[in-house]
Ligand binder design. Structure first.
Ligand SMILES: NC(=O)c1ccc[n+]([C@@H]2O[C@H](COP(=O)([O-])OP(=O)(O)OC[C@H]3O[C@@H](n4cnc5c(N)ncnc54)[C@H](OP(=O)(O)O)[C@@H]3O)[C@@H](O)[C@H]2O)c1
Length: 411
């Protein structure tokens, strides 16, 4: 397939403007969106993550009171880079930031608001010296090291972004706006799958109102869900096609070429025909929301050639009759949610508007016409933020608040 020069130029322009965000060389315009009123609203509202109807002050963290030694493993990757940024923007009380990596990045310098940090070669002993360690590495790494890092009274609190511990009994799986209290007295916390965390931000306030009965989700997931290498493959593959170098892009990370394609396959296929990514939504929704082990949740997860922010179409069936005005009000008041639902002015959630935002966008809210007591809506969230880094840092904030995370030594 060939593009006209004008069409190709337009696509390249869009791709490069997105990549400037995804390459984490965040421009001043996208930075200003972080400090926009919506982000500030979130900061204020999330100070008490359980307070759904609270829109101001409430119990904010006294961040200056408890400076902590913070470690990040994997800060050169897609999620780890964002954790550094969220710690900076939320003024997390960092006494000392330590960044751990593999031989690939050990010795490199990372410039942060907390100073220039030299990446240390990871070791369990060094990580244990921290008060809190964010793991942004793969599941095998977490399985091998997370429990050793937090073992004993002198170990660190560990917040793990992988799926290694999400389904293990006794280890809380937390979206702080839903179940922050589960972190109390715990030292190892699992951060949820990004798709689940984003969707539940919208579903939870509606569940509180009408009582969730069943849920069907279809996703449109960005390349960066596969980490920095996924993002790089999309950008390079798109470039190779637009330049005329290749008719179809090469693929190593994804099962098929992603540019100009849609792939209904994320993670491994399971015996029941679902993929693991799809089953994560089912398993994690049940655990986070405290629903029964057989609670009906079905998902189809699809990779699309956007670079960042996952989109989800959700059909939610409820026990009680639904009311659109009440649903809108609940979403407007929910912490971490931004209702973007003004069809007359063509305003609805999109990856381009949700990228870099702390709030999850929810819109296209309507009564579903195929089922009784059902709502249908579209959710878009930055999966590297709400689906990973932001969620992890807000978990840490909740743990500071409830005493589960404290400085081990006076600093
Ligand atoms: N991408 C997403 O949207 C997303 C969302 C939610 C959760 N997650 C989860 O978050 C985790 C990180 O994902 P990612 O997308 O950020 O991956 P990524 O971009 O591939 O980054 C992986 C990071 O792991 C580090 N690493 C690898 N082996 C290491 C070792 N032996 N010792 C120390 N560091 C090591 C790498 O550092 P070096 O460069 O030093 O090797 C790199 O910084 C995964 O478990 C993923 O499933 C990802």
């Amino acid at each position: 397939m060939r593009f006209s020069t004008a069409a190709a130029a337009a696509i390249v322009a869009i791709a490069s403007s997105v990549s400037s965000v995804n390459g984490f060389t965040v421009s001043s315009s996208s930075l200003s969106s972080f400090t926009s009123s919506s982000a500030n609203n979130f900061v204020r509202r999330a100070a008490n993550p359980r307070a759904y109807t609270q829109t101001s002050s409430s119990s904010s963290l006294n961040m200056s009171a408890t400076p902590l030694n913070v470690g990040i493993v994997g800060a050169t990757g897609a999620v780890g880079k964002e954790i550094v940024g969220v710690l900076e923007k939320r003024s997390f009380p960092v006494a000392n930031l330590r960044i751990f990596g593999s031989e690939r990045s050990a010795g490199k310098n990372v410039e942060t608001k907390f100073g220039s940090v030299t990446v240390e070669l990871f070791s369990e002993d060094a990580a244990r010296e921290c008060d809190v360690v964010f793991l942004a590495v793969d599941g095998d790494f977490s399985l091998a090291h997370a429990e050793n890092i937090c073992a004993g009274n002198d170990g660190a609190v560990v917040i793990d972004n992988s799926s290694a511990f999400r389904y293990k009994e006794g280890i809380p799986l937390v979206v702080p706006e839903i179940n922050a209290e589960a972190t109390k007295g715990k030292k190892l916390i699992a951060n949820p799958n990004c798709t689940t965390a984003i969707g539940l931000m919208a579903v939870w306030p509606l569940h509180k109102l009408f009582g969730l009965k069943k849920m069907v989700m279809s996703t449109y997931q960005a390349a960066s869900g596969a980490g920095q290498p996924g993002m790089d493959e999309l950008m390079e593959g798109t470039r190779s096609v637009l330049s005329g170098e290749r008719a179809v892009a090469e693929n190593k990370i994804f099962a098929h070429p992603l540019p100009f394609n849609v792939i209904p396959h994320i993670d491994k296929f399971q015996d029941n025909g679902y993929t693991k990514e799809e089953m994560k939504v089912t398993w994690e929704t049940r655990k986070i929301c405290g629903l029964p082990d057989d609670f009906p949740v079905s998902c189809t997860a699809v990779r699309i050639p956007t670079s960042r922010a996952h989109s989800e179409s959700i059909v939610a069936l409820f026990d009680k009759p639904v009311d659109i005005a009440a649903a809108r009000k609940a979403l407007e008041e929910a912490p971490g949610v931004k209702l973007v639902d003004d069809i007359d002015n063509l305003k609805y959630p999109m990856p381009l508007t949700a990228t870099g935002q702390y709030d999850v966008e929810v819109g296209r809210l309507r009564k579903n016409i195929a089922f009784d007591n059902a709502l249908e809506f579209f959710v878009v969230g930055d999966q590297l933020l709400r689906g990973a880094a932001l969620n992890a840092v807000v978990v840490a904030e909740a743990m500071v608040e409830n005493g589960a995370l404290q400085a081990k030594v006076a600093v």
